[in-house]
Design a protein around this ligand. Structure first.
Ligand SMILES: Nc1ncnc2c1ncn2[C@@H]1O[C@H](COP(=O)(O)OP(=O)(O)OP(=O)(O)O)[C@@H](O)[C@H]1O
Ligand SMILES: [Mg+2]
Length: 246
């Protein structure tokens, strides 16, 4: 279980998170959505242990978070690929750092690259890839370490609609296959409702609404009228939920 307790983060005078509290149960998924600059990436940085909140604390499985955990996978907005390494070497990087390099890992890497449609790019360097391909390499690298907590920042934003849905299906499938807590930041209402068991709408460093999604993981959810109703609710809070309520 992830417990975020009244954390505040400021960059100089600017407050990016204000007494932000949120609990995500173990193996649950939580989608964070909100306007640009509302503090979503800052929240993921704090959860990854890359940034220490000025106030409040974060508990992971009951333990206060101090620094980076090796079981936490994070995919940042920028992707973070090493330009001097090939796709294959970039994908193997996290596993190598954790000393899990056997044949089974290599087979799994091939499977992931296949699933994500980038197997043919494996000998290329990041500079030779499109934005969407780079993002998929970053995703493969993180999934390979089988994280217990996966943090995704705009993982599918640079992808075309079909690849995006494919990737969302893949993430959902993966979440069903190997249990992990998933916290994802997205600008897409549809993605938030597709991948979030809990959907958190943020504004100016705080939560303005938490919506529970009882249809999470249902087959054909995208054609379920209830899915559209949830999208509508999220849209309402995103665009019209100006008053701070929860
Ligand atoms: N390193 C930094 N130094 C100073 N201010 C920062 C820094 N990083 C973020 N900020 C500010 O903190 C606020 C929150 O930024 P953050 O990146 O968390 O937003 P975001 O919700 O992820 O936005 P986006 O949707 O555009 O990615 C913004 O106003 C931003 O300008
Ligand atoms: Mg961001």
């Amino acid at each position: 279980m992830i417990e975020i307790k009244k954390i505040s983060v400021a960059y100089g005078d600017e407050e990016a998170l204000r007494e932000f509290s949120l609990t995500v149960e173990q193996n649950q998924t939580c989608a964070i959505i909100g306007p640009s600059g509302c503090g979503k990436t800052t929240l993921l940085y704090a959860l990854a242990g890359l940034l220490v909140p000025g106030e409040g604390e974060i508990l992971v499985h009951g333990e206060p978070l101090h620094g980076v955990r090796k079981e936490t996978g994070i995919i940042l907005q920028s992707g973070g690929l090493l330009p001097w390494k090939t796709v294959w070497k970039n994908v193997m990087l996290g596993a190598k750092a954790r000393n899990i390099e056997g044949e089974a890992v290599q087979e799994k890497a091939i499977e992931l690259l296949n699933d994500l449609g980038i197997i043919e790019q494996r000998h290329k360097y990041p500079v030779q890839l499109s934005g969407g391909q780079k993002q998929r390499v970053a995703i493969a690298r993180t999934l390979l370490i089988e994280p217990d907590l996966l943090l995704l920042d705009e993982a599918s934003s640079a992808l075309d609609a079909m690849t995006k849905e494919h990737l969302q299906n893949h993430i959902l499938h993966l979440h069903q296959l190997c249990p992990m807590t998933l916290i994802l930041v997205t600008h897409s209402i549809e993605e938030a409702v597709f991948l979030g068991q809990k959907i958190v709408v943020m504004k100016e460093g705080s939560i303005i609404r938490t919506i529970h999604n009882p249809h999470f993981g249902e087959e054909n959810i995208r054609s379920n009228p209830e899915y559209f109703a949830l999208c509508k609710e999220v849209r309402h809070w995103l665009y019209e939920g100006g008053e701070r309520k929860s």
